[in-house]
Design a protein around this ligand. Structure first.
Ligand SMILES: Cc1ncc(COP(=O)(O)O)c(C=O)c1O
Length: 457
């Protein structure tokens, strides 16, 4: 059957408020052309992020009621710890309120001036946390991962030769860890193969460098491995997940993605001494080691979410709906990163709007047009998010691609919502020459995409 059915029924609904193009134009201007600053109530379809936006299941809500709110050693903690240990095999499980809290602890311990942290592509908060520690964040994705139209099953793979060259250049003693992001969010939600992780592991082993995963989308990555990597088709996803974690010395997880929850994170590690130091930092800023800034009910929801996400009917529906959106956009003449990855479709805004140069932010211009036209909110992943000025030369540093990400919240929207998105972008494709570029009026020094203000050029 060609029709993708959502493998769940809807028990509770949340109304969407309809808006007019005139109202949206007013709101967009009031938000200084930054959709982050638009009230969510005025958004028809919110594809800003797949992070923390999932619909929880009846079992997760039941778990919320069972939550044990004892300060230390709550039942909910032990349930959560057992699920995460079974899933990942990691001996040290630290709960955090979200992914970046795990990153902050990890890089406070391992980062620092003079250090280099390689990754396939650092996510924005990961890069910011590495740099905040004084270290240099280095992106080393394979060449195919930088070319939107090039079809490759694992465009998130790390450039293993590039990793070896970096280590040779800066010295293994200055590479405190290597990270691999699965799936590679900033590079198009593209998966990383087990073969590539194994090769990265061997390079790390040769130099005594620990390998950490940024594993926010571990289940989607594993399902894409099952679908695309030779020899994996007949293996259960949970086993591929386990193989993935077995290759690593630790991981940061934002549970707001494949944990199917609205808040929560995890920091995992094998090294006892490092875990002891991490626990001390956890207590300092997050909370005691058995709750880490979360309520007992949040731990329950995460424990259940980490189980549910391994349901292969769910994962196949999830990946097929992303693919369906990608196919629809390509048919409508909208260039995307091909093939679509696990959680989002990325529009190649640079190619879609060739009349807008990178310094006028084609991605930001497209997402403003999309909101104004159809009330759809998306996010820019391009020169707004990653562009900056080299402090030494004063020259602009630009990312390799100007993208707009349509991230699909888990279990929230139906196929007709997705059809609406395809139709809206198809209409925009017909009048795209009228879309105008933007300039920055005001921006903070780091993570500027969240709060920057723009004006139309
Ligand atoms: C790959 C990746 N790493 C880290 C994070 C940060 O997680 P959080 O938003 O929970 O702090 C995100 C969030 O979107 C992500 O996609």
């Amino acid at each position: 059957m060609k029709t993708i059915i959502e493998p769940f029924r809807i028990k509770m609904v949340e109304p969407i408020r309809m808006t007019t193009p005139e109202e949206r134009d007013r709101l967009l201007r009031a938000a200084h052309f930054n959709p982050f600053l638009i009230p969510a109530e005025a958004v028809l379809i919110d594809l800003l992020t797949d992070s923390g936006t999932a619909a929880m299941s009846s079992e997760q809500w039941a778990g919320m009621l069972r939550g044990d709110e004892s300060y230390a050693g709550a039942k909910s903690w032990f349930r959560f710890e057992a699920v995460v240990k079974e899933l990942t095999g990691m001996p040290h499980v630290l709960p955090t309120h979200q992914g970046r809290a795990s990153e902050r602890i990890l890089f406070e311990l391992l980062g620092g001036r003079g250090k280099y942290v390689p990754n396939n592509t650092h996510f924005d908060t990961t890069r910011a946390n590495v740099e905040h520690s004084g270290a240099v964040a280095v992106d080393l994705v394979i060449e195919a991962g930088k070319h939107p139209r090039e079809r490759h099953p694992f465009k998130g793979n790390m450039d293993v030769d590039g990793l070896a060259a970096l280590i040779a250049k800066v010295g293994a003693e200055n590479v405190p860890l290597c990270m691999v992001t699965i799936t590679n969010n900033s590079g198009g939600g593209q998966p990383v193969s087990l073969e590539n992780l194994g090769a990265v592991r061997r390079v790390c082993d040769a130099h005594g460098i620990p390998l950490f995963l940024d594993a926010a989308r571990f289940a989607e990555n594993a399902c894409l491995i099952k679908m695309r990597e030779p020899g994996q088709r007949d293996r259960p996803v949970w086993q591929i997940v386990r193989d993935t974690f077995d290759l690593a010395d630790g991981a940061t997880i934002s549970a707001k993605k494949d944990g199917l929850v609205n808040i929560g994170g995890v920091l995992l590690m094998r090294d006892d001494k490092l875990a002891e130091r991490a626990n001390n930092l956890l207590i300092l800023t997050e909370g005691f080691v058995t709750y880490g800034g979360l309520a007992g009910r949040d731990l329950e929801a995460m424990a259940q979410g980490f189980r549910e996400v391994l349901d292969e009917d769910y994962l196949h529906y999830r990946l097929r709906s992303i693919e369906y959106l990608g196919e629809g956009l390509l048919k409508a003449g909208v260039p995307i990163i091909e093939p679509p990855g696990g959680h989002a479709v990325y529009i190649d805004a640079g190619e879609f709007l060739p009349h807008i140069p990178p310094e006028q932010f084609p991605g930001q211009a497209l997402l403003c047009a999309l909101y104004r036209h159809a009330g759809i909110r998306a996010v820019e992943i391009g020169s707004v998010m990653f562009g900056r000025t080299d402090s030494a030369t004063g020259q602009a540093i630009r990312p390799p691609m100007e993208l707009v990400r349509l991230a699909i919240p888990r279990r929230v929207y139906t196929q007709s919502h997705i059809d609406y998105v395809i139709e809206a972008l198809g209409e925009l494709a017909e009048t795209k020459d009228q879309i105008r570029g933007l300039c920055i009026v005001e921006a903070p020094p780091v993570l500027r995409h969240f709060t920057a203000k723009f004006a139309e050029v």
